[in-house]
Design a protein around this ligand. Structure first.
Ligand code: ADP
Ligand code: MG
Length: 481
């Protein structure tokens, strides 16, 4: 048995996120996924001599957005550097990246763990271009190259070595994916490679302050694989330590077929990339006014909404977390609660009948954009006791979605409004009591809990129209006779 408890895992993550710009980082080639191979490859992408790259300002803006959302400092003076190395899918022989001047410095991402909130410290977020793709599985003998992806804008987010479990790494990547989607700077699709992660892992004895030798597991393309790869590495490294083996600094890859990792290469300490400022790209200066304007354009972030909804609306954490899962849903809630004070009820409607409706009809919140005034009215009918919730959600809501109209009018026309008329309700009450003589006898002998059954029966025969408060009063009156 391994003595895992003696050790502490140390993890630092590098996430590459492909920015959702229409064109590449330094030319007008399209960035769309899934095109015919080698169709988005202008001479600039191919790095032909004499071509001149130009920086895509949208990509710069997106990187700044992400940096501001993470509380990074934004560097005012930036330049791009060439990172020289040969790779078959890197046609220029160098990658354009930011070397000593990452556009975003520091910052953090908050994750919510079972032990409470934790802050994952960022080292930097920088801009760089992606390489193309080498395809090994089409031909048994050849490697095919698709350069459509070459030059696509990426941000690379690098954490400090401050994560200590596979679970926290999992939560961090989940949070980053949510954040890039929230900001609209990356689609977050890991299957399509829009978000990829390298995990650096080392272990040390608890209490030690120096870092152990790390291994880097490259190109993890799902959040599940990130967790599995880290779990495997932590155990493998501890096993090496416990059995007197040597940990060598390595680059490894994950094998999803058996949840293990294998070495691709030993990493020499000093890779000489001969970085130098790209002479074809002018350094760029960001003015504080420009950075402020991007800051002003940021949507409210989940963490801000959480505080606001908790303090202003008294919304429980569970509802808040649910509503902050997807921006379109949070936006819808914001729009709705501008027009109603039934904050908790609106949250319940969203996580209940509305989600169900969108799921059943394969639609999204854009279909509900014009429905808000009707939903405001519907909520009021329910909250004021004029309409029973189950009738409201199963009949009225569906009715007004099919044929947009006032829910009050719809409910009246279809005779669905609740009644609190004692005469009408007494009719149902008498009917129910007459049909259940034994239960009435039991009630009278002291089995008072049966009241719930009677109320339920009245609800049933009145088809949800009887106001439950009045029903209870009238039942009690009848039964005490
Ligand atoms: P490299 O030059 O190998 O890419 P960096 O120092 O740039 O290494 O760090 C890359 C990532 O590895 C960062 O996320 C960092 O936090 C993490 N890292 C660095 N050293 C360690 C270590 N000993 N154990 C775990 N993670 C580490
Ligand atoms: Mg690295």
């Amino acid at each position: 048995m391994l003595n895992m408890g003696k050790y502490e895992a140390v993890i630092g993550l590098e996430i590459h996120a492909q920015l959702s710009t229409n064109s590449k980082l330094f030319c007008g080639d399209a960035t769309s996924f899934g095109a015919e191979p080698n169709t988005h490859v202008s001479p600039i992408t191919l790095g032909h001599p004499g071509t001149l790259p130009k920086t895509n300002t949208k990509a710069v803006e997106y990187a700044i957005k992400m940096g501001l959302a993470c509380g990074c400092a934004i560097a005012e003076d930036n330049y791009f550097a060439r990172k020289n190395y040969f790779y078959p899918d890197l046609p220029k022989g160098y990658q354009i990246s930011q070397h000593t001047t990452p556009i975003c410095v520091g910052g953090n991402v908050i994750i919510k763990t079972s032990e409470g909130e934790k802050s994952i410290q960022l080292n930097r977020i920088h801009l760089e271009e992606d390489a193309g793709k080498s395809i090994h599985d089409v031909s048994p003998v050849d490697t095919l190259i698709d350069l459509n992806r070459a030059g696509t804008p990426l941000i690379e987010m690098v954490t400090e070595p401050c994560i200590h479990s596979a679970e926290d790494a999992f939560l961090y990547v989940t949070e980053v994916r949510k954040l890039v989607r929230w900001l609209g700077v990356c689609d977050g699709n890991m299957e399509e490679g829009s978000l990829r992660c390298d995990a650096n892992v080392s272990v040390r004895l608890k209490g030690e302050t120096t870092l152990g030798t790390k291994v880097e597991v490259k190109n993890l393309n799902s959040i599940r694989n990130i967790k599995k790869a880290i779990e495997f590495e932590i155990e493998r490294l501890i096993h090496l330590k416990e059995t007197g083996g040597t940990i060598i600094q390595q680059t490894r890859s994950f094998d999803a077929s058996n949840d293990t990792t294998f070495s691709i290469r030993d990493k020499e300490d000093a890779n000489d990339y001969r970085y130098f400022p790209d002479p074809d790209l002018a350094p760029f200066h960001l003015t504080p006014a420009y950075i402020d304007s991007i800051s002003a354009s940021l949507p409210a972030l989940p963490n801000q909404l959480k505080v606001e909804w908790k303090t202003k609306y008294g919304l429980p954490d569970y509802d808040i977390d649910q509503l902050c899962e997807h921006k379109d849903e949070a936006d819808f809630y914001i729009a709705w609660t501008k027009q109603t004070k039934h904050y908790k009820a609106a949250a319940n409607w969203i996580t209940g009948p509305i989600r169900e409706y969108l799921h059943e009809t394969h639609s999204n919140y854009t279909t509900l954009e014009n429905a808000i005034p009707y939903l405001v009215e519907l909520l009021e009918l329910v909250e004021s006791g004029q309409l029973n919730f189950s009738v409201a959600s199963s009949k009225v809501f569906k009715g007004i979605m099919q044929n947009p109209q006032s829910p009050n009018k719809f409910a009246q026309e279809n005779n669905l409004l609740q009644t609190n008329s004692a005469d009408e309700i007494n009719g149902w009450v008498e009917q129910v009591l007459a049909a259940n003589p034994e239960k009435v006898a039991e009630y009278k002998k002291g089995k008072k809990g049966l009241i719930g059954l009677f109320v339920g029966e009245v609800k049933k025969i009145s088809k949800g129209k009887a106001d439950p408060k009045v029903v209870t009063q009238l039942l009690e009156a009848q039964l005490s006779k």
